[in-house]
Design a binder for this molecule. Structure first.
Ligand code: UDP
Length: 387
């Protein structure tokens, strides 16, 4: 093979993301896999963490502050979200982002020489777009929004050629922020190709019982999957304990994500029901498909993945500001309920187990209807039209 000719013909896509939570990286991974799947041998995809690699000190440490800030001072997180999201404050926050990130983004763009740039992070897209347009005005810039409903105004603050939104609600939000409607596309949230529908060639075909056998889960028990985003956030331990003490005929699968401290605590506890404890897993689709119900904070990635797996959900909480709209989405679609305390979660489970199971079945049907399991590939196809 003529290797030089081969690499020359590859088109380069640069994706700006950041590890603030697990959702932005998950969306970037899904998009990369979708390009490689739908356009084999045609693209080279590179990721740049917009904060870690492009921001000057101390702003390059922003991803490290996400977990402590959202876990221990959620009110402060909510205050920052709302105070930066008004007609008056948005231009200021957008200019500040641009000021700290544009030079670093330009450096990354000069290094990777992309034919097209994508941002999956609201705080990075304006600076990345400006940097790209300074260096190569003809190269397209695409924003892929990963908030389901109340998308922050910063998502729409870049002069992007196309903004892809996951829901009609996020589209309306874009219109409110006066982003040109002809440049927006409602497609879905990019989630792992492993969630693709069974008629898709990249779908996983294992049945629920095959998955349970492989994951060391009991076949005969109603299975509750408990997750808290990439960082294992929220009162997972208290929720798990409350469910364990309720004597339901269930088993629990608990995914602590990158929260190693939580995993250790969970491992030391005595459990009454069968419990399967995991740290960060790279096969979330398998865990979701093997389960009957998902309990999660209102992270957009996890919500859309749960729908794609066709499971009902209980939202155990949400991050102020950024995830409030996700709760609205889940309730309006009839795919889950918000129960913010361990006690309320147990009460809801008891109601379902004591006779209202049909509600679970109905939610399952709604989940399948609201799901966009092939969104990542559809987004990749839409983006390629720009080249
Ligand atoms: N996730 C994962 N492994 C884990 C825990 C989480 O792959 O052990 C993924 C999860 O499937 C989802 C993302 O991390 O894609 C979490 O995104 P979400 O938007 O729900 O929440 P965030 O972590 O961004 O607050």
């Amino acid at each position: 093979m003529n290797f030089e000719l081969f690499t020359w013909s590859l088109r380069r896509i640069l994706i700006f993301f950041s590890d603030t939570g697990g959702g932005h990286r998950a969306a970037a991974n899904a998009l990369r896999d979708a390009f490689y799947f739908a356009f084999p041998g045609q693209f080279e995809i590179t990721f740049v963490d917009g904060f870690k690699e492009c921001a000057p000190f101390p702003f390059n440490h922003i991803p490290d502050t996400y977990f402590p800030l959202t876990a221990y001072a959620p009110w402060l997180w909510g205050a920052l979200f709302h105070s930066s999201n008004s007609r008056v404050s948005l231009p200021l926050s957008a200019s500040f982002d641009d000021f700290i990130l544009r030079r670093g983004c330009a450096r990354a763009i000069r290094q990777h020489r992309p034919d097209l740039v994508i941002s999956v992070h609201p705080l990075i897209n304006r600076a990345a777009c400006n940097a790209l347009k300074d260096l190569n005005p003809d190269a397209p810039f695409v924003t892929v929004v990963t908030d389901l409903f109340d998308a922050h105004g910063l998502w729409f603050s870049a002069a992007a050629d196309v903004v892809i939104v996951p829901t009609q609600g996020a589209y309306e939000r874009g219109i409110r922020w006066k982003f040109p409607r002809e440049k927006m596309r409602v497609i879905g949230q990019p989630i792992s190709l492993k969630f693709a529908t069974s008629d898709s060639p990249n779908a996983v075909h294992e049945s629920q019982s095959e998955l349970r056998a492989r994951l060391n889960l009991r076949q005969d028990l109603f299975t509750i999957l408990l997750v808290g985003g990439g960082e294992g956030m929220g009162p997972l331990r208290a929720i798990a304990r409350a469910i364990d003490h309720a004597n339901f005929p269930i088993q629990l699968a608990i995914i602590a994500g990158r929260n190693a401290k939580l995993l250790k605590q969970l491992q030391k506890l005595p459990w009454r029901v069968p419990v399967n404890l995991q740290g960060f897993v790279s096969n979330m689709p398998d865990w979701m498909r093997a389960s009957d119900l998902v309990i999660t904070k209102a992270g957009p990635g996890t919500i859309m993945e749960t729908l794609a797996a066709g499971k009902p959900m209980i939202l155990s909480g949400y991050l102020r500001g950024q995830e409030e709209g996700n709760v609205k989405f889940v309730e309006e679609e009839g795919v889950g309920v918000l129960r913010s305390t361990p006690h309320a979660i147990v009460t809801q489970l008891r109601a379902w187990f004591d006779g209202e199971r049909s509600q679970l079945t109905q939610m399952q049907g709604n989940a399948k209807r609201a799901a966009r399991p092939n969104a990542a590939v559809e987004i990749a196809r839409e983006i390629v039209k720009l080249l």
